[in-house]
Design a binder for this molecule. Structure first.
Ligand SMILES: Cc1cc2nc3c(=O)[nH]c(=O)nc-3n(C[C@H](O)[C@H](O)[C@H](O)COP(=O)(O)O)c2cc1C
Length: 182
């Protein structure tokens, strides 16, 4: 009998064509453990800035599609650099769309983790801390240990086995997450 795979949606915080963080997401997708599917959300750049008036009248197609994708996933992984000490606006905006409708948000109860790399010694840790807080406020469940901020100084993040192992461990912990009974 084949088991349904665990589906993890990756939200990439960089729109840059040659984004290191996108390539990290692609590596995690391509090397996902057996039984786990990592799907990179497309269309984050097509989301208009969140506006309650627009959401109340006609939710944009890109927002509706992202909500559907996340609602159908078992977990969410943000893969993001840091901009000016926090998350890039594209990721923050995605959280806003995914946090509504209030009480029925796509992110509600979703296990969440965040990884990313930047060319600083801290690897984007402020952005990742902010992502943890913001996704948590939006209703996601931050999985213990599912955060990794990687410095990209003097190392090829995509070819270093230790680093890839740490990034993959986050995917594994999301896939293995079991909610504790209330
Ligand atoms: C507007 C802007 C602000 C940035 N601010 C930070 C920052 O606060 N901390 C940091 O570690 N890197 C910062 N960076 C550098 C990015 O981390 C770096 O460009 C990174 O490679 C972007 O990720 P990407 O390769 O996935 O696009 C900033 C870059 C830009 C364009």
């Amino acid at each position: 009998m084949t088991q349904t795979p665990t589906r993890i949606v990756a939200l990439v915080g960089s729109l840059r064509a040659d984004s290191l963080n996108r390539r990290i997401a692609e590596a995690l997708r391509d090397q996902a453990p057996e039984g786990v599917v990592v799907e990179i959300a497309s269309g984050l750049a097509d989301l208009p800035f969140y506006n309650e008036d627009v959401d109340a009248t006609q939710t944009p197609a890109a927002a509706a599609a992202l909500r559907e994708l996340v609602a159908g996933a078992d977990a969410v992984l943000a893969v993001t650099p840091e901009y000016n000490g926090t998350m890039p606006a594209v990721l923050n905006n995605a959280i806003d769309w995914l946090s509504r409708p209030y009480g029925a948000a796509a992110l509600s109860g979703k296990p969440f983790g965040v990884v990313g790399a930047t060319p600083t010694p801290y690897g984007g840790k402020w952005a990742h801390e902010d992502a943890v807080r913001s996704f948590g406020v939006a209703g996601a469940v931050v999985v213990d240990g599912a955060v990794h901020s990687q410095s990209a100084i003097d190392v090829n993040v995509l070819e270093d086995a230790d680093i890839l192992g740490r990034l993959q461990a986050v995917v594994e912990s999301l896939a293995a997450f079991q909610p504790t009974a209330a």
